[in-house]
Design a protein around this ligand. Structure first.
Ligand code: MLT
Length: 281
């Protein structure tokens, strides 16, 4: 919530990060508002329909945190492969469990990247340096386009049985809600590992938990959740499961990304103001 809703009527522009919710109520109170900027990628904290109804422009900075989100994804893939988080916890608790935490190499394994935009591509190219084969799906990217960054484009139904690791890099839209669900998990290789640093809701949390419990899924790394901070019993059980590595939405949480998105959104505002004054002349 914008805390001083009453004051929002005084401003022409508003810049928010992720915590501030720009709701229909805020738009109703903000009588002078002309532009809302999101210093970050997702605009799910802004009521876009309300903005459209009021003719308010919504800007974001889609590229500013791609590298950070990508690097966290790669770190989580490696963490899953080598049980880093669990082994670290076990050692801190005084155990020396070398056998329990035998991992597997990433080299030679198949990584499926669902969503071949900026972050998906960055993840694919970095994980290729580990020797992973990269396959992927994105309705907006051609097979030729995917080939340029060494990803073999396939249909989703071809991907499920081939992937050792699946990482999602799509926005949360009706077409991607529960993209990873009970049916798709059943089509996967037994022991597949799932990574979500994109948006909660792309992976059906209850279906993932069931698949982890019976071994259909060999582990998951989750940075985002349906509800943040998570409160539901299912999400909490998922987070606490030993095969799950979970982080509190840290994809864009680097000094570099936060600075970059702040500068980018400020530049977008300056460019918009310059255009508006040029048009007024
Ligand atoms: C974004 O949408 O920019 C990232 O998920 C990070 C964030 O929400 O803070």
């Amino acid at each position: 919530m914008v805390r001083k809703k009453a004051e929002s009527g005084n401003y022409d522009g508003l810049i928010v990060r992720s915590d501030t919710k720009v709701t229909a109520e805020v738009f109703a109170a903000a009588t002078s508002l002309r532009v809302v900027g999101r210093a970050g990628t997702g605009v799910d904290n802004i009521d876009i329909d309300a903005a459209t109804r009021k003719g308010v422009i919504v800007l974001n900075t889609p590229g500013g945190n791609s590298v950070s989100a990508c690097e966290l994804t790669c770190a989580l893939i490696s963490t899953l492969a080598r049980n880093v988080a669990q082994a670290c916890q076990s050692l801190k608790e005084g155990r020396w469990d070398r056998k329990l935490y035998t991992g597997s190499e990433l080299s030679g394994k198949t990584l499926a990247v669902l969503g071949l935009g900026r972050i998906g591509r960055e993840v694919a190219t970095r994980m290729q340096s580990y020797g992973m084969k990269t396959i992927g799906f994105d309705p907006m990217v051609s097979a030729e386009g995917a080939k340029q960054f060494n990803v073999e484009k396939m249909e989703l139904d071809e991907i499920w049985p081939l992937a050792d690791y699946i990482t999602v890099h799509t926005p949360l839209i009706p077409q991607t809600r529960n993209l990873i669900n009970e049916t798709t998990l059943n089509k996967c290789k037994r022991g597949v590992k799932v990574i979500n640093v994109a948006r909660g809701g792309i992976v059906d949390e209850a279906a993932l938990l069931d698949a982890i419990k019976d071994g259909r899924c060999g582990g998951a790394a989750l940075d985002v959740f349906v509800e943040e901070p998570p409160k539901s019993a299912v999400t909490l059980e998922l987070i606490r499961h030993p095969a799950v590595v979970a982080t509190p939405h840290l994809g864009a949480s680097t000094n570099e990304a936060q600075q970059r998105v702040a500068v980018e959104i400020a530049e977008e505002f300056v460019a918009l103001a310059a255009n508006c004054s040029a048009e007024a002349r």
